[in-house]
Design a protein around this ligand. Structure first.
Ligand SMILES: Cc1cc2nc3c(=O)[nH]c(=O)nc-3n(C[C@H](O)[C@H](O)[C@H](O)COP(=O)(O)OP(=O)(O)OC[C@H]3O[C@@H](n4cnc5c(N)ncnc54)[C@H](O)[C@@H]3O)c2cc1C
Ligand SMILES: *[C@@H]1O[C@H](CO)[C@@H](O)[C@H](O)[C@H]1NC(C)=O
Ligand SMILES: *[C@@H]1O[C@H](CO)[C@@H](O)[C@H](O)[C@H]1NC(C)=O
Length: 577
């Protein structure tokens, strides 16, 4: 056996190179990360028994809606973070645990980014978290979220069982972000990376359509297999099988939802950040990243109608996405010479979407709702139906079936709902659409956009509601409230300039080794870091991990290695207990 292996190796000298480089990378990771010299972050298990759910709206507001006021800004800040999504909050907790003082600034009037919820006419709606995978006990991402929330967010398994072997291929992509950029680029340019990770290279180039065509001619089967393409906002012909594999893998072990709704995540993380001397303030749009004469990011400017405030910190972290950061927040001359600047166009923005929020008369039980998500497709020719819909003018599309309608009932997924909103239910319907359908109104103030706008969005919303009733006929006559969010609504509340769903796009080129290497937490502007979905890829768990990447870059230590060992330790400890 050994002889055969040696023979094989001498016949394939490239394998030697791979083995050598592989061992070097491993050694490097150990040195850079030094797991035993671990920082406070993962040095112990931070989980404590979950406290009772706080349902009082005023008490929640005190945490989630702390309005900006210059007097509330802590002094001697180590970091200021633009945006309060899960990437930002995770970074803030991790840096705080290392003794850093962090300020998080959110433009919306509540914290949480895609994790925020809102209450209207007695119904609560979530906005950007409908199901999260790998939240079962003992799963690595669950251990990470537990460490940054101190175990205070309770994850409830959903009803449905969810729908491989692409883990190694994905490692190929992640390796590019784990090692220093210059080394990653060297491995890519010399082709060594491709040799070590051939599966990654094949999968990232193969589209879902190509892959499905190669295994079947059955259109129906192919539609069923490609059903979750909406999770990345990319039609099957432009999505790599690498990314689709990641999504399917993610939900293999079932999906979970936070008890008390998705606002629990920020609600639990903010007090932790405050305990470490940090602060999370809302209603404070950052209009500019301040750059000193040496070209270093030294702070931000908050723009309010009452006046501007400059806030200085040792470093600036943007959770507002690459597009906002490099096109709008940095001074033009600084942004233009950054390697990130061309990425805004090269990768492009992800697709936009419409959300229809429906309040229903009746409890989960009365309405017979399930704690799952439903994808209702208008046709089985997924690619064609999307292309046809997107080619329409909005006036034409408004009275037609949307190509698909993603239907979810946050009320059915959250066991605390019945207690918080007795006798009621909430449905959230989502479909994709072009930003341009509504861009004409982008400059108008929210809720003051005129009749034409309201008429168009209400027609689309009604159509989606009809689609929903086709799947759930028991809901007919139960609608008590309906409101429609368009791409410019998304832009307003989430700050994404094209109302995009997942920040930068997730088409095939996002996963090319060059672009995947370049998109990282540490930018080429001194003192400026990124966090959030653009750093790894879209989705809650990826954005959660981006916080570890960002804290690593700032502390100049590979915390992913620490996390890896801490996760192992925690698992062992729990088994012993
Ligand atoms: C409709 C929808 C459904 C989704 N469903 C799921 C799902 O079911 N499961 C899943 O895993 N993922 C889902 N996702 C994706 C997931 O929610 C995101 O990938 C993730 O939460 C993004 O986190 P983030 O850290 O990048 O920041 P975000 O949550 O995007 O937050 C960025 C924050 O920055 C703020 N900001 C922007 N500009 C400024 C500025 N100039 N000044 C101050 N603040 C600013 C924004 O207001 C925003 O709050 C969904 C997303 C959407 C939109
Ligand atoms: C900011 O806080 C100070 C002190 O608490 C207060 O006097 C002032 O009115 C506040 N400003 C705003 C705009 O709320
Ligand atoms: C809700 O439904 C019940 C009957 O199931 C009805 O009595 C009540 O008036 C309805 N409430 C609203 C606000 O429509």
């Amino acid at each position: 056996m050994t002889l055969i292996s040696i023979q094989y190796l001498t016949d394939n000298p490239l394998l030697w190179v791979c083995l050598l480089v592989g061992s070097l990378i491993y050694l490097l990771l150990l040195i850079v990360g030094n797991p035993r010299r671990g920082p406070v972050l993962f040095s112990k298990d931070f989980v404590r028994p979950p406290q009772p759910l706080v349902t009082d709206h005023a008490a929640r507001k005190k945490v989630l809606k702390q309005r900006f006021n210059a007097t509330r800004v802590p002094e001697n800040l180590d970091a200021v973070i633009i945006g309060s999504g899960i990437g930002a909050l995770t970074t803030a907790v991790l840096l705080g645990r290392e003794g850093k003082k962090v300020l998080v600034l959110e433009q919306h009037d509540k914290a949480g980014g895609c994790c925020h919820t809102f209450v209207e006419k007695g119904f609560e709606f979530d906005t950007g978290i409908h199901y999260v995978g790998e939240m079962g006990e003992g799963k690595d991402p669950r251990i990470l979220i537990d460490q940054v929330t101190e175990g205070q967010v309770v994850w409830i398994p959903m009803d449905e069982a969810f729908d491989t072997e692409n883990k190694w291929a994905f490692m190929g992509a992640m390796a590019l972000k784990l090692i220093p950029e210059s080394l990653a680029m060297f491995l890519v340019k010399t082709g060594i990376h491709g040799l070590i990770f051939p599966r990654y290279n094949k999968q990232r180039r193969t589209s879902v359509t190509e892959f499905l065509n190669s295994i079947s001619e059955n259109t129906e089967l192919k539609a069923v297999l490609a059903y979750a393409f909406g999770d990345s906002g990319v039609p099957p012909s432009q999505m790599s099988i690498l990314e689709y594999g990641i999504i399917i893998n993610h939900y293999m072990g079932g999906a979970y939802y936070p008890l008390g709704g998705s606002s629990e995540i920020a609600f639990q993380m903010i007090p932790i950040i405050e305990r470490y001397g940090g602060k999370v303030l809302v209603d404070c749009p950052v209009s500019e990243i301040l750059i000193d004469d040496a070209g270093r990011a030294v702070g931000v400017r908050v723009h309010k109608s009452s006046g501007d405030t400059n806030i200085y910190a040792k470093c600036v972290i943007s959770n507002a996405g690459v597009h906002n950061t490099f096109k709008y927040l940095l001074p033009k001359n600084v942004a233009a010479i950054s390697a990130y600047y061309p990425l805004v166009e090269d990768v492009g923005s992800s697709i936009s979407y419409i959300s229809t929020f429906v309040g229903l008369n009746g409890s989960t039980k009365e309405l017979g709702l399930k704690a799952g998500n439903t994808w209702a497709f208008h046709s089985i020719e997924l690619q064609k139906m999307i292309e046809e819909y997107f080619a329409l003018r909005v006036e034409e599309a408004a009275d037609l079936d949307a190509p698909f309608c993603f239907i979810s009932f946050p009320s059915a997924k959250d066991p605390s709902w019945e207690y918080r909103y007795p006798g009621k239910s909430a449905a959230l319907l989502i479909t994709l659409c072009p930003y341009e359908w509504f861009s004409a109104w982008e400059k108008q103030r929210c809720k003051h956009r005129g009749e034409d706008y309201v008429d168009l969005k209400e027609r689309i919303g009604r159509q989606m509601w009809l689609q929903c009733q086709q799947v759930f006929p028991q809901l007919t006559g139960k609608m008590e409230y309906i409101e429609v969010g368009t791409p410019i609504t998304n832009r307003h509340y989430l700050g994404y300039p094209k109302g995009e769903m997942y920040g930068l796009d997730h088409k095939l080129n996002r996963f090319s080794p060059e672009i995947f290497t370049k998109l990282r937490a540490k930018t080429d502007i001194p003192g400026l870091y990124l966090t959030g979905q653009d750093v790894v890829t879209g989705g809650f768990v990826s954005s959660l991990h981006s916080g570890v990447f960002t804290a690593s870059a700032i502390l100049n230590r590979n915390l992913l290695i620490n996390l890896h060992f801490a996760t192992k330790d925690i698992k062992t400890r729990r088994k012993i207990e």
